[in-house]
Unconditional design. Structure first.
Length: 133
């Protein structure tokens, strides 16, 4: 089933010059880039983007980190894009992510875990609106 999803190359990955490598992995997998944007989240955008986590103890750290530097946000398209992307990025905690996954290969922590990706169609709809507004 062809669908779209969103991923964000987080500030730690942009600072480490990993953007090209990360995008290339999705292209090599067969996904088509639909939109691509380099920008910095404002505090308000970050709080709106991560609103689903607003009552969780890590919300402040999450929004602070995503606003700490430029990010690259992409929308890609392909078969089973959401589920496949989630597998490709690996577990949220980088130290638990499998080797070969993006976080497993490049991530260093929990918040500084290189990449964010939508986990459902509803998340994609919300996150793409916020990131490309």
């Amino acid at each position: 089933m062809t669908e779209q999803t969103l991923f964000i190359v987080k500030p730690d990955a942009v600072a480490r010059n990993l953007t090209g490598e990360i995008i290339a992995r999705f292209e090599r997998k067969g996904f088509k880039l639909v939109k691509l944007k380099l920008f910095s989240f404002s505090k308000e955008q970050a709080e709106k983007f991560y609103g689903v986590h607003k009552d969780k103890p890590f919300f402040g750290e999450l929004t602070s980190f995503i606003t700490s530097g430029p990010v690259v946000v992409a929308i890609i398209e392909g078969n089973n894009a959401i589920a496949t992307t989630r597998i490709m990025i690996g577990a949220t905690k980088s130290f638990e992510a499998a080797p070969g996954s993006i976080r497993g290969d490049f991530g260093l922590g929990f918040t500084d875990n290189i990449i964010h990706a939508s986990d459902s169609q509803e998340s994609f709809d919300h996150e793409s609106r916020v990131a490309f507004e």
